[in-house]
Design a protein around this ligand. Structure first.
Ligand SMILES: NC(=O)c1ccc[n+]([C@@H]2O[C@H](COP(=O)([O-])OP(=O)(O)OC[C@H]3O[C@@H](n4cnc5c(N)ncnc54)[C@H](OP(=O)(O)O)[C@@H]3O)[C@@H](O)[C@H]2O)c1
Length: 280
């Protein structure tokens, strides 16, 4: 496993396992247990996924020392604000059955996220969180937050895949020492990504699948990746990306797939913001 060193010295695996949309707790525990068997040590969950307990169970039952894992969770909008955030962090610690969380992200740039950030800073100083960061904070929100707080976010998790490569936003994160973490590396399978001819052709050269090419391309851009799957063979496939290297030419070719905008939604669209406000 390769690691990235965050701006506070904490080491984060460059490849992890995401559990968004695995809402059935038994299925989630099983998938995380399989991922752990394969070798994943970074698990990415969130309060909003309602599966922190399943993640905690799988980690506990693995028998592997807690310090070998890197657990990320995210604080939801309805838990924003200083007091609410602290209460919800205590709940996350309990659900995950752990004394500390490796990384806590503010899930969305909405609500009283300044109050939330101060709660994260407090828990960080107490050692209950080893690194703090944000998610879906595009350059304007990111620069604003880091300009008026003591601790620079260690990570910003944003939609990043071949069709939305975040080239400019990544540059700004690098400027401020914020590690980029991709969500939806496979664009959740949209736009027939696994059948994309450009990616397939590149994969054939290395005897690798489209999924492996995408993960390798992100890793070579120093992007932390957290692919999700509930299928053991895919969980294995997505982990098997450290025995080849894409040429500069192939990296450039993949660059040409960038559409420069989200395939999901815009955080600047009023209707989308209204939709976020309805989510508990
Ligand atoms: N911060 C945020 O706002 C945010 C938003 C979205 C996601 N995330 C995080 O990012 C993680 C990854 O994103 P995601 O789950 O949305 O999408 P994703 O990882 O881009 O795609 C997952 C989809 O790809 C399929 N898949 C996985 N590996 C495959 C392979 N090797 N071949 C073919 N199909 C494959 C999965 O199917 P099966 O499961 O059926 O195998 C699933 O349908 C999430 O789990 C979550 O932890 C964060």
């Amino acid at each position: 496993m390769d690691y990235i060193q965050l701006n506070n010295g904490v080491k984060m695996p460059i490849l992890g396992f995401g559990v968004y949309q695995i809402t059935d707790l038994e299925e989630c525990e099983k998938a995380v247990s399989e991922a752990i068997d394969v070798g994943y040590r970074l698990i990415d969950t969130a309060q909003a996924y309602s599966n922190e307990t399943a993640v905690g169970n799988a980690i506990k039952k693995s028998g592997i020392p807690r310090k070998e894992f890197f657990i990320t969770t995210k604080l939801w909008i309805s838990n924003s604000g200083y007091e609410n955030a602290k209460k919800s962090l205590d709940e996350s610690l309990e659900n995950l059955q752990t004394d500390y969380i490796d990384l806590v992200l503010i899930h969305q740039p909405f609500g009283d996220y300044y109050g939330t950030y101060r709660a994260l800073e407090d828990y960080y100083k107490k050692g209950k969180i080893k690194a703090i960061g944000v998610s879906n904070f595009y350059p304007d929100r990111l620069i604003d937050l880091l300009s008026f707080n003591e601790i620079v976010p260690a990570v910003n998790q944003v939609e990043t895949h071949p069709f939305n490569q975040q080239i400019e936003a990544h540059g700004i994160m690098e400027k401020y020492g914020v590690q980029i973490n991709s969500w939806a590396p496979f664009c959740e399978g949209m736009d027939n990504i696994f059948e994309n001819e450009v990616l397939k052709e590149i994969g054939e050269k290395y005897d690798k699948t489209v999924a492996q090419v995408i993960l390798r391309w992100l890793i070579q851009r120093s992007v932390v990746v957290i692919p999700k799957s509930v299928h053991k063979e895919r969980i294995e496939e997505n982990f098997d990306v450290f025995d080849f290297e894409l040429s500069e030419e192939d990296m450039e070719t993949i660059k040409s797939l960038d559409c420069g905008e989200s395939k999901f939604f815009s955080h600047y669209d009023p209707e989308i913001v209204e939709w976020f406000m309805t989510m508990k």
